[in-house]
Write a protein of this length. Structure first.
Length: 275
């Protein structure tokens, strides 16, 4: 006797699997939030909602309790504010960063979300020279006139009007950043979207110039300041990669061009996104 395989059960099973994944992601997100809140009691769901541009605390609560499933824009907003690698919460959503070019989705070394917690949770504000430092704070110059090209490019102008960004000493110590050799600059262009939209700010550690595959660096490319992911190539060459791979394909340079035309300014250790 032949028995037919019962039909109609795969859909409920699939929904249950999706719900389980959504619950796991929400639990990871909530755990990170609780850890951050212990170190910064002023961090609450209302504040997160305000920073994300959402209508109120209930939206944050629904994400953290799996009432609303995480999506990529929401994940990146949480990662920016709570200072975590998006892959820690949702590897499946991080994969969507390369979906604009499906051929690269499973390619080795394709662009992933930034790792090592580039983003600092400490409240960041712009100050001038007259504002006294707190006991646990250090200042890093903000080069307002420096334009970093993440797209078509613009001239490098290394000028500052005295404005600074304040970081917690522990934040920089965790990243092994010496404030005397670091600076913050704005980013222009859309080549690093969705991680670094136009108008983002990056912190650059000029002591960190060795190429680590997949890390983000500020570069001087024939007089243009650019922010790219770097990958080493055999023979001393280099690959420059953008998150927006659909519009900005990988750039490959041999060692001769690399040594003559491109200079590493430093590794990006922090970024801030205005959402």
């Amino acid at each position: 006797m032949t028995h037919e395989i019962p039909q109609g059960h795969s859909a409920p099973a699939h929904r249950e699997a999706d719900e389980a994944i959504r619950k796991e992601e929400a639990d990871r997100l909530k755990k990170i939030y609780q850890e951050r809140k212990r170190s910064d009691p002023s961090l609450n769901q209302e504040r997160i909602a305000d920073l994300c541009g959402w209508s109120g605390q209930s939206v944050v609560s629904q994400y953290m309790n799996a009432k609303i499933g995480l999506n990529l824009p929401a994940l990146l907003k949480f990662a920016s504010i709570l200072a975590f690698d998006p892959a820690e919460v949702s590897p499946r959503l991080v994969e969507q960063l390369s979906l604009a070019d499906p051929a690269k989705q499973q390619a080795p070394g394709h662009a992933q979300a930034p790792s090592d917690r580039h983003i600092a949770l400490d409240p960041i504000e712009v100050w001038d020279d007259e504002t006294p430092l707190g006991p646990d704070e250090v200042e890093i110059p903000f080069f307002q006139e420096v334009e970093v090209s993440a797209g078509t490019g613009s001239a490098v102008m290394l000028e500052t009007n005295g404005r600074k960004l304040r970081f917690g000493k522990r934040t920089l110590q965790r990243k092994n950043v010496d404030p005397s050799t670091a600076g913050c600059v704005p980013v222009k262009g859309n080549s690093m979207e969705p991680v670094l939209p136009d108008g983002s700010t990056v912190g650059v550690n000029t002591d960190a110039k060795s190429v680590v595959d997949g890390k983000m660096y500020a570069l001087d490319h024939d007089g243009l300041l650019r922010v790219k992911l770097l990958y080493r190539l055999p023979g001393g060459g280099i690959r420059l990669r953008s998150y927006n791979a659909a519009e900005y394909p990988d750039e490959h340079y041999d060692s001769a061009y690399w040594s003559e035309h491109i200079r590493i300014i430093g590794q990006v250790f922090w970024y801030s996104v205005l959402l």
